[in-house]
Design a protein around this ligand. Structure first.
Ligand SMILES: Cc1ncc(COP(=O)(O)O)c(C=O)c1O
Length: 383
């Protein structure tokens, strides 16, 4: 048979699948999987059932159901004072992952360069490569995961079209400061770049941190494409309802791709998420509290085990430095922990193209039942 396409020739199985299989094979407690091991809210599951019973079961309009686009636009306005027209500036996608693929495909020509801030969510680079673009990594330097503005500017060339940022940041848990975002905005303006801002963890913030959408910074509304999704916010990652908020022109380009990749997204799920978004103000305090208590518990116990690091202010991940425990690199240490301690984590070097800084860390996901976290901690005891 002839070979499969060259554009995927260097793609490997995603690290998440590899770790999950190893976790199963070794009966390990899985803190590698980046999603809750408990269910989302019962009231929301009741809503989707109601939507099905009400007959929302045929193809939705391809840009998304009017009710979901309207509710997305409403929460951007009420939470962030950002005004998107649901008619032509909000597009519903199959999770943030499809949204990222659409944005990159709609904007990037073969040979165009795209800045990715490493460690990065792995679908960014895959999407860039599928579009024939060139990922250009700029490292968020450990231990504070800070980007050097000069280094960032040096990475920009006349071929740079797009920069991708993730805030709050997976896997580090970093929440970008206004100063850092302003720095990036200035460079985007100066070099006329689009910026894809992946904000899927926008509501998972702790210790008084607030979300500052990049699009709300001066001069950034037109050039920012904001991507988010309901998966993390409602603890139902399998529902896969995401969206893109962008200028009319970019939204139109994304929709042109979307109509041929997906055509339309699950109707009852969209209708349920639309209703759920109206409940954000009452839902969020308990939601954040639940994750904050998990974070505090897991962080406190990890410190007791001798891991030294700053507590993350966002997301449900921790990048834990392993240097005080081992001379092994992240991948080897992750394998050792799975096999000898029955605890699965993700080696973050999979999220880097250039720097080796990730080799000194492991990513732990604390979106787990208390019994899961306790079981993992028990297995790690005495390391
Ligand atoms: C930074 C980031 N972006 C996007 C996604 C994908 O989101 P979705 O499940 O909505 O496709 C994830 C999932 O883990 C993520 O961590």
């Amino acid at each position: 048979m002839k070979e499969t396409a060259l554009r995927i020739a260097d793609f490997k199985d995603s690290i998440f699948g590899v770790i999950s299989k190893l976790a199963r094979d070794n009966h390990a407690v899985n803190l590698g999987q980046g999603f809750p091991d408990f269910d989302g809210p019962a009231w929301l599951k009741d809503i989707v059932y109601k939507k099905m019973q009400e007959g929302h079961n045929q193809y939705a309009p391809f840009p998304g159901t009017p009710s979901l686009r309207e509710q997305v636009a409403k929460y951007y306005e009420s939470f962030y004072r950002l005004r998107y027209n649901p008619e032509d500036q909000v597009t519903v996608t199959v999770g943030a992952t499809e949204a990222i693929y659409l944005v990159v495909t709609a904007l990037v020509n073969p040979g165009d360069e795209v800045i990715v801030l490493e460690p990065f969510y792995d679908s960014y680079v895959a999407s860039i490569k599928m579009a024939g673009g060139v990922p250009v990594p700029v490292t968020m330097h450990a231990p504070d995961f800070v980007v050097d503005a000069k280094e960032l500017e040096r990475a920009i060339s006349p071929r740079t079209k797009l920069l991708i940022i993730n805030n709050p940041h997976h896997p580090t848990g970093k929440v970008w400061t206004k100063e850092e975002l302003t720095e990036i905005s200035k460079l985007a303006g100066k070099h006329d770049l689009y910026v894809l801002s992946d904000e899927v963890y926008e509501f998972l913030l702790f210790d008084g941190a607030t979300h500052l959408p990049l699009a709300s910074l001066e001069g950034m509304f037109e050039r920012t494409i904001t991507v988010s999704s309901a998966g993390k916010t409602f603890g139902l990652t399998g529902w896969k309802i995401g969206w893109i908020c962008a200028s009319r022109e970019v939204s139109r380009a994304c929709r042109l791709v979307h109509q041929y990749v997906t055509f339309s997204v699950s109707t009852p799920m969209q209708e349920a998420v639309a209703e759920a978004l109206t409940k954000l103000p009452t839902y969020l305090p308990d939601f954040v509290d639940l994750y904050r208590s998990k974070r505090d518990f897991f962080y406190g116990e990890m410190r007791k085990l001798g891991f030294e690091f700053e507590i993350p202010r966002g997301t449900y991940f921790m990048m834990v430095p392993i240097g005080s425990k081992t001379r092994l690199k992240d991948v080897d240490y992750a394998m050792k922990l799975i096999k000898e301690r029955q605890v699965a984590t993700v080696p973050p070097s999979a999220f880097y193209l250039k720097s080796t800084e990730g080799e000194g860390y492991l990513r732990f996901c604390f979106a787990k039942k208390e019994e899961t976290l306790r079981a993992a901690l028990k297995n790690l005891d005495g390391l």
